[in-house]
Design a binder for this molecule. Structure first.
Ligand SMILES: [Zn+2]
Ligand SMILES: [Zn+2]
Length: 350
């Protein structure tokens, strides 16, 4: 049998840790190490903090930043088991938070409890993203335009909403998803967008809402003399169609009333037979606008037969005979009906 004794206190009847007894070992043992003063650099605009040279976690509340700084700075001995670490902010004076860390744990089967005082100093600066934003930095400009017509106030409202919603969504993955400026021009709005990626997303979302054609044109804004590499800013135009819902268009010889427009297609109803047609938006250059919806007129049925329906031309109150259509079979003399005049011909509108 090997005879063991503590080299420090000489006792022979205690559990040994190496060549000293457990009591002597624990006398100088600390379960955790934490610096007395901790510094955290945070952005005064977005609260993101710098950690190992990278800016992370924006928009955390200050308390949370302090707790995380404490957690990050605690080094716990791997001899500790079943530990419970309690973090407390004692008080915040100016930029310094006085904190208190309590640890309960077990080391070699012995229950220990230890407390540490520390302070977290919050240093406010501006992160690169916020400084870019403040400087009005942008990589792309989304130009919202309409083909051959003015954009309506409600379309601008809708577009503003779409841009805001898209940037909000993008901001989860793109720090430059912001719009530092909107230029309101006669021909349309220019949305300045922090990043190209988010600029493209904004244009896509506008297309989804209004339909239309997207075109990109890069402009060289400066050149890095050492590498010869150009720095580009991208202008993205989204041109929404001239026609709107309920307008009358011509496509492949058919006259259609527009019922829906989305990012890929136009849905129209043929006004002669009321059949539905779907036109891919990429063919929208083959679409001609015939009449706007506000040119629809109202008139009265003056007589009808199984094959004909007679109405008054609102322009001169002359009687006009039109072919009966299934949709009007149940109408009565004296009923009001809607009509549209296209190329000197009167069409009944359902
Ligand atoms: Zn001892
Ligand atoms: Zn920031």
């Amino acid at each position: 049998m090997i005879f063991m004794f503590c080299v420090e206190c000489g006792s022979t009847d205690k559990k040994m840790v190496g060549d000293i007894c457990i009591d002597c070992f624990l006398k100088d043992f600390q379960m955790i190490e934490i610096p007395e003063n901790i510094k955290v650099e945070i952005c005064s605009h977005c609260n993101s903090r710098i950690e190992e040279g990278k800016w992370t976690d924006s928009f955390l509340p200050e308390d949370e930043i302090i707790y995380r700084a404490l957690e990050r700075n605690i080094k716990i001995s791997n001899l500790v088991e079943n530990e419970i670490i309690n973090l407390e902010i004692d008080q915040i004076k100016g930029t310094i938070a006085n904190c208190y860390v309590e640890v309960v744990g077990e080391v070699y089967g012995v229950q220990l409890d230890e407390t540490h005082d520390t302070s977290v100093r919050i240093m406010k600066t501006v992160c690169p993203t916020c400084s870019k934003l403040q400087a009005g930095y942008y990589e792309s400009v989304v130009q919202f335009r309409a083909n051959n017509r003015d954009i309506k106030a409600e379309e601008y409202d809708k577009a503003d909403e779409v841009v805001k919603r898209t940037l909000n969504k993008q901001s989860k993955s793109d720090k430059l998803a912001y719009c530092p400026q909107i230029a309101k021009l006669k021909e349309g709005y220019d949305y300045y967008i922090g990043s190209l990626k988010s600029g493209r997303k904004v244009a896509e979302s506008l297309k989804e809402e209004f339909g239309g054609i997207i075109k990109e044109s890069p402009r060289l804004i400066s050149e890095d003399k050492s590498t010869g590499k150009g720095l580009y800013r991208i202008w993205i135009s989204i041109r929404i169609p001239e026609f709107e819902i309920n307008d009358f268009i011509k496509h492949e010889g058919k006259i259609l009333q527009v019922k829906d427009i989305d990012k890929n297609r136009v849905v129209g109803i043929d006004i002669t037979d009321h059949k539905r047609h779907t036109i891919p938006l990429k063919e929208s250059e083959d679409i001609t606008l015939l009449k706007k919806a506000d040119e629809i007129e109202t008139t009265t049925i003056i007589s009808k037969s199984p094959s004909n329906i007679q109405i008054l031309d609102p322009a001169d109150y002359s009687a006009v005979d039109l072919d009966m259509m299934d949709e009007f079979k149940d109408s009565n003399i004296g009923d009001e009906v809607k009509i549209i005049k296209i190329n000197n011909y009167i069409y009944l509108i359902k």
